[in-house]
Design a protein. Structure first.
Length: 269
């Protein structure tokens, strides 16, 4: 096998939500494959994990400030960073709003969930992804090459199992926001839309949908979730990197418009 198929030497990648929980995972994988990476996130947000990557990969990883919900902000970031790094070869649309299980969250009964909460999730997860793809992806299409990877979710294709959360003591009980799964299903459909629109211009667009990823959840949640997964565990950071590099690199040069589940077989039964 030609291992160079997965190499990203000389490639420029942009990752949104760079300072969130998954952002540094995607960035570390891209850096390890040789890419130069621009991480984008909101002003005022910080991340020790990202700072650690800047120390380990000096001159290879950069941080820009932009709001994917603000078109003017994205256009300014595009102008600044394309001038400095060139038109990106890879775009990872990772930024989004999620709500991890917690007894201290602002929980609501299903019939009482405010539309404002749903609107915020849809605005960032769907419209923000759409706008980021418009602004940065259009430059890739003009250059006639590139790979866009939209981060979806297990919950784009199945509903959350309330049993995973029923040990969390809160009144009302914790509910995974219904708009979250709806937003990720929309992201998968946007993936197909852009794949067909920009395929003739040399840009591939795919989704990568992780299942449950370890990240400080309580032991009972981890036990319940893992028991539902054929591989018997939740995902860890290294489980995500290989699939990302496949979609970002020439290893998937004839793959576009797909949703790649990385969920340990969760949806197999």
């Amino acid at each position: 096998m030609d291992r160079s198929l997965f190499a990203l030497d000389g490639k420029v990648a942009v990752v949104t939500g760079a300072l969130g929980r998954l952002g540094p995972i995607w960035i570390e994988g891209l850096l390890g494959a040789g890419a130069t990476v621009l991480g984008l996130d909101l002003a005022g947000v910080e991340s020790a994990a990202f700072d650690g990557l800047r120390e380990r990969y000096p001159g290879q990883v950069w941080l820009g400030r932009a709001d994917i919900g603000d078109r003017a902000s994205l256009i300014e970031a595009r102008r600044e960073w394309i001038e400095r790094l060139g038109v990106p070869h890879i775009l990872v649309n990772n930024a989004g709003i999620d709500q991890p299980p917690s007894a201290t969250a602002a929980n609501f009964r299903l019939e009482d969930i405010p539309l404002e909460i749903c609107a915020d999730i849809l605005r960032v997860n769907v419209l923000g992804t759409f706008q980021m793809t418009q602004v940065f992806g259009a430059e890739m299409a003009a250059a006639g090459r590139g790979s866009i990877v939209n981060i979806g979710s297990l919950y784009a294709s199945v509903a959350p199992d309330a049993h995973f959360y029923d040990h969390i003591r809160s009144d009302p009980p914790f509910l995974k926001p219904p708009a979250y799964g709806a937003s990720k299903a929309a992201v998968v459909n946007l993936t197909r839309y852009f794949a067909t629109a920009w395929g003739p211009r040399g840009v591939r667009v795919n989704a990568l949908s992780p299942g449950g990823v370890l990240g400080g959840q309580d032991p009972e949640f981890i036990r319940k979730f893992s028991a539902r997964v054929p591989l018997g565990r939740m995902a860890d950071a290294p489980d995500l990197i290989g699939p990302l590099l496949f979609l970002a690199s020439d290893a998937s040069c004839y793959v576009t418009g797909i949703d790649l589940p990385v969920e340990g077989g969760f949806t197999a039964w």
